[in-house]
Write a protein that binds this ligand. Sequence first.
Ligand code: PEP
Ligand code: MG
Length: 323
Amino acid sequence: QKAEWAKLVNEQTTTKDGMHVELAANIGTPKDLEGVINNGAEGIGLYRTEFLYMGRTELPSEEEQFEAYKEVVERMEGKPVVIRTLDIGGDKELPYLDLPKEMNPFLGFRAIRLCLEEKDIFRTQLRALLRASAFGNLKIMFPMIATLDEFRQAKAMLLEEKDKLVADGVTVSEAIEIGMMVEIPSTAVAADLFAKEVDFFSIGTNDLIQYTMAADRMNERVSYLYQPYHPAILRLVKMVVDAAHAEGKWAGMCGEMAGDEVAIPLLLGLGLDEFSMSATSILPARNQLLALSKEELASFSAEMLNLDTADEVEKQVRETFMK
Ligand code: PEP
Ligand code: MG
């Protein structure tokens, strides 16, 4: 099976009915690039930049960040690279920031909420990203957006930093797409409002499922509620994809669900444009997608939204596609 998959390294991901979807990889550091390239990713769908900030005693400098972002876009040779701005807090702590302990860190001061307040930290990262954009196909995405106002503030700060750099004679790409993670239910439910202002969505199911089901993603006792195939989750995915397409934008997914063999037929049927996953999942996912028809799956997925439980959805997918 491994040998079969290896033949697909340089192939495009085209479904049985001739539709192209993008299979991208999630990375945490430039060191992950080798696996990404060896496994034939068509891009990077999520670069989790928080690892640049973790395991050390002070913030990374603009220069250090610039070097890391530049290395990633250069080595991807023009393929799309979605870089997520700092997503700290919740399960990811930064001891040197000395943030007060919170009762509910997953519902607290984290990610974009922190960046909009700690403006120096955020602007330093934005400048590093803008400078790196000149070296490849870099896209920027903001994590944990809950309201349109947050997206607008983050985007405004990005554009301000861009204008300053350009005024100083620094080369910045004119083609940077600016998108957001959909991982808070408010943004999925109101995706039509966000779709008018973003360039793309990337659905973060790890958090979206946790927040939709009100079940801590780290807590074993409630892990039975962590149900990617629940019709509630599938309906949210549909809302996001439909809202994006209505505005001519694209919608991807960078949560674990995107690389899951049961979820893949459902997501293809719902019209997802980009699937971003760990590098080792790419070739099996490509192999699976080559044999699926997007058009046939559209009606199948629509039916799945009306089943009663996640178990029923899973059973249907397995019986229909995995025998
Ligand atoms: C997600 O929430 O699905 C996601 C991709 O981000 P992280 O796992 O880093 O929270
Ligand atoms: Mg997340």
